[in-house]
Write a protein that binds this ligand. Structure first.
Ligand code: C5P
Length: 297
C-alpha cells in the first residue's frame, strides 16, 4: 500500500522584505500564488526511512535527512511515537533551487502522505504547525491557492483570486541558495533604513478582481536586486520576456527562476516560444494559477 500526494510550485507576486531580525530571519509581506507545476511524493512502508528522486535536476536533490521530505516524515513520526519507516519517492517537476518552493513542496507532500499512510488523525492546524517548523514556505505548499504570508512567511491568510492567471517560467542553468540571496539583500541594504514590509492593497485588489493588467503593475520582489546581483545574466532573461509581450517580468522568490505574467493562454505560448529561442535560459514552462495545495491523488 502506498500514498501519493501532488503539490504545486509557487510564485511570489509580492515579496516585501523587512530588516534582518535578531534570529537572522526577515519579516516578510509575502503574497504567494500556487502555480500548476507539481512534484508528486509517494510514500510506501519500508524497513527504514529512505528517499529517492527522479526528474529534471534530481541529481541536485539531497537524499539524506536534510531533505525536507525526510524531515517531515521524521517530525510526524516523532510526534506520534512511531518509526519513520517509509520509502519516500519524489517525482520532481518543480525546478530545483529555483525560487519556486520545490523543497517546501516535497516537505508538505511527504507530511500529508505519511499522515494518510499512518492514519494519525492529525488536525489541519497540527500539520500546519509541523510545516512551519520545517521551513517558512512549507505551510503555503500545504494550503495552495493564494495567501498572504507574514512573520517569516509562515503565518498565512487566504486570499481571494477572481480569475485564472497565465504565467511563463524561465529556468536558469544553475540554482541560487535562498540564504545566500537573503545575505546579499542584507549586504545591499547595509546602512539603509529598511522599512517594515506591508502587503500592497492594489495587488490584493488585482488578485481579487482577476485583473492581469492591474496585477502586472502591482507585482514586486524586494529580493530581485539581490538575485540579479548574484546572477546578473537574469536581466537578459527578464528583458527577453518583456520584449515578447509579458505584462510583468520578475524574479520568482529568491530566484533564479524568472516569472512572466501573460494576458491569456495564447500570449503565454508566444512568450514561452520567444524565451526558448532567446538563449537566455535553460528551459521554459507555462503554468496557470492559482493551483490547489497538497492533495492526495
Ligand atoms: O525558512 P527556510 O528554512 O525556508 O529559510 C531558508 C533561509 O532563508 C533561512 O535560513 C534564512 O537565511 C532565509 N530566510 C530569511 N527570512 C525569511 C525566510 C527565510 O532570512 N523570512
Amino acid at each position: 500500500m502506498s500514498v501519493t500526494v501532488r503539490v504545486p510550485a509557487k510564485v511570489n507576486v509580492q515579496l516585501g522584505v523587512g530588516p534582518a531580525r535578531p534570529d537572522g530571519f526577515h519579516d516578510l509581506a509575502n503574497v504567494f500564488l500556487a502555480v500548476g507545476l507539481y512534484d508528486e511524493i509517494t510514500v510506501t512502508p519500508a524497513d527504514a526511512l529512505r528517499v529517492t528522486c527522479d526528474g529534471p535536476g534530481a541529481d541536485q536533490v539531497p537524499l539524506d535527512r536534510t531533505n525536507l521530505a525526510a524531515r517531515a516524515a521524521l517530525a510526524l513520526a516523532e510526534r506520534y511515537g512511531r518509526e519513520p519507516d517509509v520509502h519516500i519517492h519524489i517525482d520532481k517537476d518543480i525546478p530545483v533551487a529555483g525560487g519556486m518552493a520545490g523543497g517546501s513542496a516535497d516537505g508538505a507532500g511527504a507530511l500529508l502522505a505519511c499522515d494518510a499512510l499512518w492514519g494519525t488523525g492529525a488536525s489541519r492546524d497540527e500539520l500546519l504547525a509541523i510545516c512551519a517548523e520545517l521551513g517558512s514556505d512549507v505551510p503555503f505548499s500545504l494550503v495552495g491557492g493564494a495567501a498572504l504570508g507574514t512573520g517569516r512567511g509562515e503565518k498565512l491568510t487566504g486570499l481571494a483570486v477572481g480569475a485564472t492567471f497565465h504565467w511563463v517560467f524561465a529556468m536558469a542553468g544553475r540554482g541560487l541558495s535562498t540564504p545566500a540571496v537573503f545575505r546579499e539583500f542584507d549586504r545591499l541594504a547595509e546602512g539603509a533604513d529598511v522599512p517594515d514590509p506591508v502587503a500592497s492593497q492594489d495587488l490584493l485588489d488585482a488578485l481579487a478582481a482577476g485583473d492581469a493588467g492591474a496585477l502586472a503593475v502591482a507585482v514586486s520582489n524586494d529580493l530581485q536586486p539581490a538575485a540579479l546581483s548574484l546572477h546578473p545574466e537574469l536581466a537578459d532573461t527578464l528583458a527577453a520576456g518583456r520584449a515578447a509581450g509579458a505584462l510583468a517580468a520578475l524574479v520568482s522568490g529568491s530566484g533564479p527562476t524568472t516569472a512572466f505574467l501573460a494576458g491569456d493562454a495564447d500570449e503565454a505560448a508566444v512568450i514561452a516560444g520567444v524565451l526558448r529561442a532567446s538563449g537566455t535560459c535553460a528551459s521554459v514552462r507555462v503554468a496557470e494559477a492559482p493551483a490547489a495545495g497538497a492533495t492526495v491523488v
